[in-house]
Design a protein around this ligand. Structure first.
Ligand SMILES: [Zn+2]
Length: 321
């Protein structure tokens, strides 16, 4: 009987599940809407029920499973297997996730923070080539990250290791949700790109479709900014993409000067801009990185898309082998 892993990617709107081989190949995938009502108390029972249901549905045996790994928002206590402060799940108080899922499924369970888990996924089966030195940055509504050094995730003393979104790239810059100013998240997230576009439009006096849209009060997204830069060669939009590339490249250089990873992998929604963005990130990285780092660390786009979470989560459970 071949051995399997279960990966769970818990998010504020959906819970993604996958059954994988012990080598990390996805065999089955499904998802559920996240029910965050009643202080998020349905989430863990829903996960338990869905796993049990699918093991039966695929006529698999519990003994086949090595274990379950999960990525979650919020602050994770790795030892206790608890989560707290996951506000998009309405989990304000400490949630005994490991205890409940192990009791409900009879399988060993392990969890980590969602960005760390996505980093493990890209490292194992994605752009990281299963290497032991990989840094991962994910650009979405916020900016997250995970740093793998010596084959291990860096957690730090209280789990904030790898919070690359709050790396300072512009002292006294835009105010961040964390209370500081000038965090990467304020320049390279979807909302950061829009903020940069709005400020650039205000100062700009030339001809620009982007400026016209903003002046007209139309809603702008990071995708609109990138599309205008790429397809319409809009001058102002290109200026904004240059800035995003500058800040991201600076952040990549700073991370790499400390860790000298083999790869810095860039993923998440904003990275859908692809090579168009990556070229500018490269340029800024080349400018700021230490010479040895510049020669040896490579920047790459993520490969797994939405699957990074479930694959990385499952990789956590390989420790039960
Ligand atoms: Zn911040």
């Amino acid at each position: 009987m071949s051995q399997k892993l279960i990966g769970v990617d818990l998010g504020g709107t959906t819970i993604k599940f996958a059954i994988l081989t012990a080598q990390g190949d996805v065999q089955q995938k499904w998802s559920l809407r996240t029910n965050i009502l009643d202080d998020g108390q349905h989430i863990v029972p829903d996960i338990v029920e869905s796993i049990n249901h699918h093991i039966d549905l695929y006529q698999m045996k519990r003994e086949q499973f090595i274990g379950i790994g999960m990525g979650t928002p919020g602050t994770v206590d790795l030892e206790k297997g608890t989560v707290e402060g996951a506000f998009n799940l309405n989990w304000r108080t400490v949630q005994p996730v490991k205890e409940k899922i192990e009791a409900g499924t009879g399988l060993p369970f392990v969890l980590d923070n969602d960005a760390n888990v996505a980093a493990l996924g890209e490292r194992w089966k994605g752009a990281g080539n299963n290497g032991s030195e990989v840094a991962f940055i994910t650009l979405g509504t916020g900016v997250g990250g995970g740093l793998i050094s010596n084959g291990e995730l860096i957690h730090g003393i209280s789990g904030a290791g790898g919070e690359v979104g709050h790396m300072n790239v512009e002292p006294d810059g835009y105010l961040c949700t964390c209370g500081n100013r000038g965090c990467l998240e304020q320049y390279a997230s979807a909302t950061g790109v829009v903020h940069l576009a709005q400020d650039a439009a205000e100062e700009y006096v030339g001809d620009s479709k982007l400026k016209a849209m903003i002046d007209d009060g139309q809603e702008i997204t990071s995708k609109i900014v990138f599309d205008l830069a790429k397809k319409d060669d809009d001058f102002l939009a290109n200026q904004v993409v240059d800035k995003v590339g500058y800040y991201l490249g600076l952040a990549c250089a700073n991370i790499s000067d400390i860790l000298n990873p083999q790869y810095v992998v860039i993923g998440g929604g904003v990275s859908a801009a692809g090579d168009f963005l990556l070229e500018r990130v490269q340029k800024s990285f080349q400018r700021f990185a230490f010479p040895t780092v510049r020669e040896s660390t490579k920047l790459k786009l993520a490969k797994l898309g939405n699957d990074a979470g479930v694959i990385g989560a499952a990789s956590l459970a390989t420790k039960f082998k």
